[in-house]
Design a protein around this ligand. Sequence first.
Ligand SMILES: Nc1ncnc2c1ncn2[C@@H]1O[C@H](COP(=O)(O)OP(=O)(O)OP(=O)(O)O)[C@@H](O)[C@H]1O
Length: 366
Amino acid sequence: MAEIMLKALAHTYVSNPQSPADYAIREMTHVWHQGGAYALLGPSGCGKSTLLNIISGLLQPSDGDVVFDSRIVNELPPEERNIAQVFQFPVIYDTMTVFDNLAFPLRNIRTPEAKVRERVAEVADILDLVPLLRRKAKNLTADEKQKVSMGRGLVRDDVSAILFDEPLTVIDPQLKWKLRRKLKEIHERFNITMIYVTHDQLEASTFAEKIAVMYEGQVVQFGTPRELFEKPAHTFVGFFIGSPGMNFLEMTVTESGLSFGKLPIPVDPRLLELAHRSGSNNVKLGIRPEFVEVHEEVGSNTLSVKVEDIQDLGTYSILSFRLNGVSLKARLGEEHAIRGEYAHVRFPEASTHLYIDECRVEVGND
Ligand SMILES: Nc1ncnc2c1ncn2[C@@H]1O[C@H](COP(=O)(O)OP(=O)(O)OP(=O)(O)O)[C@@H](O)[C@H]1O
């Protein structure tokens, strides 16, 4: 069991890096606490596998340190780090039985056979593999094989952490939720640090207590699923988390305030002050579709917008509308009907967020 710290860590695959864009992992300092259930979430190519391979020791970082419980492990090969890794595709021996596959990591470290039987029985029980123990692995279904692969990661009780790299890719959608629940159960039972890599926000938020969202080699936010939804720290998090993602309105900063095109947008004067001080012309207002107020009639401070489309998704619908030439979205409840060609929307100040150079800014008692 261990706390894992990434200290001023960076990695490039390029021999002579010239700019931050040459780094698959840009410099980061980051701590994974002992016993935590974490997800590493981000789109393809953002650096998730690179980071995971650096933690497991398959890859040496070009800069910085990987520290397990205050011990620098940069030089240690994977087998000496006591890290278990479960990959996208099952890693099992087809010709062995399920029992022997699960026993393999223990027999490898010369565990007494009585202990092997005890641990294999425990792990097989939690993964519902008991009826399959005598079967040859090659006859199993894809999800059974992946469960065996997970079991091999869990069977040693001396591992520092288990790293999962998109482990449900080959699993049928109907079985995915079952395995996700299993993983949660395993985490609670074994109190082990787990890091789960995925590009699927639903997978990340059902598994993890805290999610590190990665974008272009950086962790742009590390927070609970709720924090990522309610206070996205970076425009990428706003866009990537949620369905559909956050709306962004590009602001013009003037002496007297912020405006979206010619439309004045009220904001807290302290935020306006921050926008002025930054001198940036990359200022955006973000609001989640869930918080856009939509009315059929004109109301106080409402803006008239042209309805583009209403997508009925059963228990809710998504309204697409146009404002100042920009397409935006609002989420409507079941009972909320918009019939006309125009709707009247409001962006409640308490639900809007200000982003300067893509990062959320806030002022006290926010
Ligand atoms: N062995 C390698 N040599 C050179 N560049 C690499 C290598 N492996 C990854 N990269 C590059 O590093 C960046 C990060 O890749 P990485 O595989 O870590 O991302 P990822 O988030 O895991 O993506 P995916 O979800 O598609 O696996 C990408 O630009 C990728 O092209």
